[in-house]
Design a protein around this ligand. Structure first.
Ligand SMILES: Cc1cc2nc3c(=O)[nH]c(=O)nc-3n(C[C@H](O)[C@H](O)[C@H](O)COP(=O)(O)OP(=O)(O)OC[C@H]3O[C@@H](n4cnc5c(N)ncnc54)[C@H](O)[C@@H]3O)c2cc1C
Length: 469
């Protein structure tokens, strides 16, 4: 018999948990969010101020559904220059908001054939997004079989959608530098472009749909979400770690906090990282229904350094000489590359440099020397493009620190790596085999990044409401 949920406990005030809290509280459910950190936001707390959000309509729709308005809470500015790319020989390429302008810039950078290659690539990226938006991204987790049986979808995607992103990019760009630029899409979700599927080209299209800078950074969006949820009566308890689920008659009926306090609920949503739940951080009943994530399947971690810098574009990318060596080191050797790609996000308050790193903090922690050497290599890459930012003097945030903050993940920031076309279907969905227990977050369907994590929160809220219906 379905029990109509009145009270819902949400474990974690990350993007997914906050969205679920807003939507369920707006529907009149009694919502309690338990967050072990002292501030909400989860991984967004580690974001550089200059990172923008994509898929703004997704956020607008969530605020609307919660009876609020995104624009009334947060000032968003559409970013004109998406990223400036630098190579060792002094070459630069700006990717902007606008396909025609990009085609022109690429023509000047690498010739007319490259410009035509970009136009074809951009059209393919758009086709993938349009094909996958409704049946995959916005939908409850579909089965691979069900999607492949959809003849219309298979036709729209074509077989080449299943090939590796890198191979797909080389079909459009004979200049490896351009494959490097658009292969960055995989890095945004902690994957290697050599192994990720070509469907990730759609990230480039998503960026062309707009990247918005929230005034006050992502923290302003998080604060607005918390305010809307609270406005509907949700309670956010910070510094409250959940260590177990309360199980009654085979269903989740509440949570147990670290101090032993028991909170009764009719449904529980876990926004803690799926790998952490599988490792038993929310107790054994929860661990049994979430697949374990072997270290070899983890997405990448990162090292970040905050530095003082002014006058830089919001996003700069410094690319290594060998376009693929970095990913071989990160994935197959689980070590820091000799020359990493560096993403530099800069705002008024300073800049943050970020490089991808292996997520093996639990079994093969990176030594101080390796991290210092990586900082020197990243500084050298930026210096040859004329930016003298000494990372060695800055305190790094390392995979070890991410692993401590998100236990059970080894430092992986984006759940299971999207390596191979089937990996997208391996993420857990909102429902689990434990009645009354639901999941959301960047390690669940539809994937990592704030927009996807927000969608996962909406999908979990929908499942809870279905239980009520
Ligand atoms: C440095 C960095 C840069 C990034 N840049 C971008 C970017 O530019 N664009 C983008 O889209 N994405 C970016 N991301 C990724 C993005 O931040 C994440 O995909 C997204 O925020 C994940 O949200 P989530 O819902 O999975 O929650 P999480 O962020 O994983 O939060 C989960 C919350 O649950 C809490 N929790 C866990 N266990 C418990 C427990 N037992 N009890 C109570 N609370 C618990 C945690 O403390 C945490 O607050 C970046 C991530 C990092 C780290």
């Amino acid at each position: 018999m379905n029990r109509s949920p009145k009270r819902v406990c949400i474990v974690g005030a990350g993007m997914g948990g906050l969205v679920a809290a807003m939507l369920l509280a707006a529907k009149g459910l009694e919502v309690v969010v338990l967050e072990m950190a002292e501030r909400p936001g989860g991984k967004t707390r580690a974001w550089p101020m200059a990172n923008g959000i994509t898929m703004q309509p997704v956020f607008e729709a969530i605020f609307d559904a919660a009876g609020a308005s995104l624009s009334a809470h947060v000032v968003l500015r559409r970013q004109a220059l998406l990223a400036r790319h630098h190579w060792g020989d002094g070459a630069t390429l700006d990717i902007v908001d606008g396909r025609a302008a990009n085609a022109d810039a690429i023509g000047r950078f690498a010739g007319a054939a490259a410009s035509r290659g970009y136009a074809d690539f951009a059209a393919r990226a758009e086709r993938y997004f349009q094909a996958l938006e409704a049946p995959f991204i916005m939908a409850q987790k579909p089965r691979a079989l069900a999607l492949s049986a959809n003849a219309g979808l298979a036709r729209k995607l074509g077989l080449s959608a299943l090939s590796p992103l890198w191979d797909g990019l080389r079909e459009h760009f004979s200049d490896p530098r351009l494959a490097q630029v658009f292969g960055r899409a995989a890095c945004y979700i902690g994957a290697s472009p050599l192994l990720a599927p070509a469907t990730l080209m759609m990230i480039s299209h998503i960026e062309q749909m707009g990247v918005w800078q929230p005034r006050g950074g992502i923290a302003a969006v998080v604060a607005a979400m918390a305010e809307v949820a609270r406005g509907h009566g949700a309670v956010l308890r910070l510094g409250a770690e959940v260590v177990d689920l309360r199980i009654e008659a085979g269903r989740a009926r509440g949570v147990v906090l670290a101090g032993g306090e028991l909170l009764q609920a009719d449904a529980v949503i876990g926004n803690a990282d799926a790998a952490a739940i599988a490792a038993g951080r929310l107790g054994q009943a929860a661990a049994r229904v979430v697949p374990e994530l072997p270290a070899s399947k983890r997405s990448f971690s990162a090292i970040t350094w905050a530095v003082a810098a002014t006058g830089l574009p919001a996003q700069s990318v410094f690319l290594p000489d060998d376009p693929t060596a970095e990913f071989t080191d990160l994935h197959f050797r689980a070590r820091l590359p000799a020359q990493p790609s560096v993403q530099l996000a800069a705002g008024e308050a300073g800049a943050t440099a970020m490089v991808p790193a292996p997520a093996r903090a639990d079994t093969r922690p990176l030594g101080r020397d390796a991290i210092a050497a990586c900082g020197r290599a990243a500084s050298a890459l930026m210096a040859r493009a004329g930016h003298n930012l000494n990372l060695e003097d800055a305190v790094p945030t390392t995979p070890d620190l991410f692993a401590q903050t998100y236990p059970g993940t080894g430092g992986a920031l984006y759940g299971q790596a999207v390596h191979g076309w089937a990996a997208s279907f391996a993420r857990p969905g909102a429902s689990t085999k434990l009645p009354g227990f639901y999941l959301c977050g960047g390690a669940t369907h539809p994937g990592a990044g704030v927009a996807m994590a927000a969608i996962s929160g909406r999908l979990a809220a929908e499942r809870v409401l279905e239980q009520r219906a």
